[in-house]
Design a protein around this ligand. Structure first.
Ligand SMILES: C[S@@+](CC[C@H](N)C(=O)[O-])C[C@H]1O[C@@H](n2cnc3c(N)ncnc32)[C@H](O)[C@@H]1O
Length: 289
């Protein structure tokens, strides 16, 4: 789907954006061009802390290549099930669109599959992906023509308040106050996070010892007007070949922490069986907020 703008707001002043031909305009004459690939950049330079924030082009390509192996398809399938279950509860008024945001969507693997699952089940669905990395949004917009992709930060989402049924934040950077503002009352925030045993075989090969696992209690989520609602987990094993392993290392922060010898040893592996252990933590927006 190309950019329709009906939920987008100006990152400079918060006023509603209107689409005029191939750009979005606000009433104060701020203008944002829609790129040829169909995404829009709503991250003004003054909001950037570096020239190319977020994942690099190489990390985005490695994640794209890794995800095509289907090693993480189980994570996506389970996310789809959770979102569909919530959408069945939430969709009572079929004339109002069901809006889902993937905040920190990367190259769009999870969002494209969510769009497919939701549009198979419901008529009036809009899916949005935000990421601070332009290369990630570019890759996502090229391959998924059904979602609307925006370069922006989770800290300042250029989207209307109280319009989202679900926000997904997968292996990302949750900004609870901002997410809470964008959710409808009773809307859900789904955090997809590494569980205790996630990639343990790989981590054992990199680190001399592993830190005790601790789930983040996220006190700022409660302060933002969200409440813990449900928790779920999946755990399975997956055999990765040499190239999948190399891509996995490039797309995670672990490789930067490995010594030269450990990196070499990993490069020499022809395959590795890894554990995929994922926690899904769901919060609900308090209706009185
Ligand atoms: C570990 S990746 C996960 C990407 C995707 N959710 C996935 O699981 O395939 C984290 C993503 O968050 C993005 N990111 C980092 N800081 C961000 C911010 N402040 N706002 C939005 N996205 C951000 C990165 O560019 C990167 O694409």
């Amino acid at each position: 789907m190309s950019i329709t703008s009906d939920l987008m707001i100006c990152p400079m002043d918060g006023s509603i954006l209107k689409r005029v031909e191939n750009s979005l305009h606000c009433q104060h004459n701020h203008q944002f061009d829609i790129a040829r690939q169909g995404y829009v950049n709503l991250l003004p330079v003054q909001f950037k802390r570096s020239r190319s924030p977020g994942d690099t082009k190489e990390m985005v390509q490695a994640r794209r290549d890794f995800l095509t192996t289907t090693a993480y398809q189980g994570i996506s399938d389970h996310l789809n099930q959770l979102v569909l279950a919530e959408s069945n509860v939430n969709i009572t008024d079929t004339s109002a669109p069901f809006n889902l945001l993937d905040a920190g969507c990367g190259e769009g693997y999870y969002l494209a599959r969510l769009n497919q699952a939701l549009t198979n089940a419901h008529n009036n669905v809009q899916t949005f992906g935000v990421d601070i990395a332009k290369f990630a949004i570019l890759a996502a917009a090229k391959s998924d023509k059904k979602s609307q992709y925006i370069v922006a930060s989770n800290k300042h989402l250029p989207l209307l308040d109280a319009h989202f049924d679900i926000i997904v934040c997968a292996f990302g950077f949750p900004c609870f106050a901002e997410f809470a503002k964008k959710l409808k009352p009773n809307g859900k925030l789904i955090l997809v996070e590494s569980g205790e045993k996630h990639l343990i075989e790989l981590r054992n090969k990199i680190y001399p010892s592993l830190k005790a696992y601790q789930q983040n209690p996220y006190p700022d989520a409660i302060e933002a007007g969200l409440s813990w609602y449900k928790q779920d987990n999946i755990c399975y094993e997956q055999l990765l070949d040499k190239s999948a392993l190399a891509n996995l290392l490039l797309m995670t922060p672990h490789i930067h922490k490995a010594s030269h010898e450990k990196k070499k040893a990993l490069e020499n592996l022809s395959e590795l069986n890894i554990t995929i252990d994922i926690n899904y933590r769901i919060l609900t927006k308090n209706s009185a907020e």
